[in-house]
Ligand binder design. Structure first.
Ligand SMILES: C[S@@+](CC[C@H](N)C(=O)[O-])C[C@H]1O[C@@H](n2cnc3c(N)ncnc32)[C@H](O)[C@@H]1O
Length: 275
């Protein structure tokens, strides 16, 4: 496990409070930051603490701050939810709990959503894509509100002008898994997080296509060969084969992406591609 490397990279934040009494991890200068508002802060960094994202977190290439929504709860029981107006099943997270938490998370972040997107993870949101990850990775950081129960009072979304983002057409129990997936996809686009930039450029979605198939040693496995062309050493032929395979897979599996790709490259989506 790499040791955290924050030495010499702390940002200066004047305050009368001793650092030992301040909440959260130290602020790293220029590090992309995710602020996550959740009822389950203990599940973070979770999978983000492993492998390349975990290494980058320890190296200070990005930073994570969780805010426990329970701390903003009301009364002796720190209540965060209540019954839905108009009746019906389930519970709704209260605006008078979430808004103070969001306000606190806003502290020290730019108002401009291009510089600091503020998101509510929600199955009703815009489907999350690689283009979102690219946009978020270019910001200074993001704030993510993880819902639970039936979700959040609608007025919270309006009050903080939250961007609603969905991980897909299914319903999770809470926003935490969605937040980790979104952060993972974003953090790996931050310079220096992945050693090899070329691997990002070739990946699915980066050029509007699904990625070509991969093979590795041994050359014959269980009677199945690696395509000869990949062992030919002809880089031009290999690149053409990979592109053709990527086009074939995209046409077969994702007609939506295929149509968009054809429109961009002046191709006939129904034409014979000789793939
Ligand atoms: C049980 S869900 C609420 C579902 C909501 N009642 C609905 O039907 O749209 C609780 C929380 O999980 C998160 N969540 C569930 N599915 C999600 C998805 N597909 N993408 C992103 N977040 C999701 C949201 O934060 C949501 O507030």
């Amino acid at each position: 496990m790499d040791k955290p490397r924050s030495h010499g990279r702390l940002s200066v934040n004047l305050s009368r409070r001793p650092r030992s009494l301040m909440d959260g991890p130290p602020d790293l200068k220029n590090a992309w930051k995710a602020k996550v508002l959740t009822l389950f802060p203990e599940v973070f960094p979770g999978v983000l603490g492993s492998s390349l994202t975990g290494k980058a977190l320890n190296q200070g290439l990005w930073a994570l701050e969780t805010k426990d929504l329970r701390a903003f709860g009301l009364g002796k029981h720190r209540q965060v939810d209540d019954t839905p107006a108009g009746g019906g099943a389930g519970l709704v997270m209260r605006a008078d709990v979430l808004v103070p938490a969001l306000k606190e998370a806003r502290h020290g972040t730019p108002d401009d959503p291009a510089l600091w997107p503020r998101l509510y993870l929600s199955p009703r949101g815009q489907p999350f894509t690689q283009a979102h990850a690219e946009r978020y990775s270019k910001a200074q950081g993001i704030t993510l509100l993880c819902g639970r129960f039936e979700g959040v009072d609608e007025r919270v979304i309006a009050h903080h002008d939250l961007e609603e983002v969905s991980l897909g057409d299914f319903v999770l129990t809470g926003g935490e898994i969605a937040a980790q997936a979104l952060i993972d996809a974003t953090v790996r686009l931050i310079p220096r997080v992945l050693g090899n930039r070329a691997s990002i450029e070739d990946e699915s979605f980066s050029n509007g296509l699904l990625e070509h198939p991969h093979y590795t040693k041994p050359p014959v496995w269980q009677g199945r060969d690696i395509p000869d062309i990949l062992l030919s050493g002809h880089h031009g032929d290999i690149a053409r084969w990979r592109l053709a395979q990527a086009e074939r897979l995209t046409k077969e599996r994702r007609p939506d992406l295929w149509r968009a790709y054809c429109a961009k490259h002046g191709k006939d989506p129904d034409g014979d591609q000789e793939l």
